[in-house]
Design a protein. Sequence first.
Length: 233
Amino acid sequence: MGGDYTRTPILFSWSSGKDSALALQRIVSEDRYDVTLITTITEEYGRVSMHGVRERLLDMQTAAIGFPVEKIRIPAQCSDQKYGEIMTQVLGRHREIGVESVVFGDIHLEDIRHYREKNLAKAGMKGIYPIWGENPLELSRSFLRLGFGAVITCVDATLLDGGFSGRPYDAAFLASLPPGVDPCGELGEFHTFVHSGPLFSNPVPFVTGETVVRDGRFYFTDILSSQPPLSAL
């Protein structure tokens, strides 16, 4: 259908969570990009930064989605300067081979977008924001309507009761959120791990483990694979 064409290579900032999944769904639907996911891993913990998802779960997730992923390892106590240096090196390497854009699942935080654009400009790149400016409640409903499944991996107890950590991200979760809490967690109230949906060739088998409190405010629920490692089979 149509003639031959060359897909545009892009990087996609993949957090393992629902906003990333929605943004990636939009990008995939355009059917014109060659996507490489990039994800920051906190080196000492072997987990996705901020979301706290184990690296093995990330591997299973991205394998089910089917896009290559480049893991960017950062130290646990990573200053803004150090983070900037690491990202500039990574982005510069991709820019040298023709990649001009990075996709983000941001929705409405202007300061975050400005920060990203500033860093991208250093590498001669620009950002793409597929779900920017959309209504968070409508986005959350769209996420569920499309058939995605997710679980809450982290809650900031200064913004939302820690008991929400570990719950499924579903209609009941949305209905129980207190007034003022962003249904997409855009203000940092909570983070998620997406385990199934239209992007996936198969659901990621998982169980929820222990919930621990870090820094007196962050409730992290461990998400564990319910599938034994290949070496154990």
